[in-house]
Design a binder for this molecule. Sequence first.
Ligand code: 1PX
Length: 216
Amino acid sequence: SMTAVEEKFSLTEVLSSFKACLEKENQDVLMDYYISGWKGLVRFMNSLGAIFSFVSKDAVSKIQIMEAFRKSSSGDQYRSLQSMVAYELKAKLVDLNKRAEHSNSGCRTILRLHRALRWLQLFLEKLRTSTENSKTSVLCTEAYNDSLANYHPWIIRKTAMVSFYALPARNTFFEVMNVGSIEDVVTMLGEAMPYVSQVYDITQQLYAQHNLLDLP
Ligand code: 1PX
């Protein structure tokens, strides 16, 4: 069926968006590739089952916020994360202390995805170095506790933890990635993850430099 064709994609392509993100000359993080990387991750997550729809709904709504900015009359300002930060701060489009008239700024929206990228980085690294007996729910919980959990209220943490038990086993996970054998996946992750880390580090530095790491 058409759906089966559409759903056949590999994690390699998804992660390559994060490589394409990085502009060679000035290390700007390009928005369109950042967004397409996230869209791919969401598709991947959806293929793991409906139990994660509460996660993908939130990710999708954040992606849509960013797509709307990109399509708006100020779309050019959102070409890269760097240009977005410069533009939104200069035009005072960011709620710095509490959410008010600019409750869905690009800066605060990207910050949520940025924090989630840290989770992804930790989780995929754990998966890459895992062994046959490793439990994906444990790897995922550890990665979550060391990243996103610090920003989530109790009820979200609780719901997330419960849903992690529904994660497929390690082997299934490797298969769903559609990359090839477990060895192929390990190799691919070893090659692709440095780019994800680079995108994460540059964004982290950008946000730190402008004091944006705690945006409400
Ligand atoms: C081979 C592995 C690839 C798996 C790809 C999975 C991609 C996961 C994408 C997760 C995106 C999560 C975005 C969450 C952003 C967020 O923190 N939002 C919260 C704050 O936003 P607000 O606007 O209110 O300030 C929001 O409250 C979030 C609600 C949804 C629950 C978030 C739970 C996060 C769990 C992350 C791990 C997901 C595991 C998926 C299975 C692999």
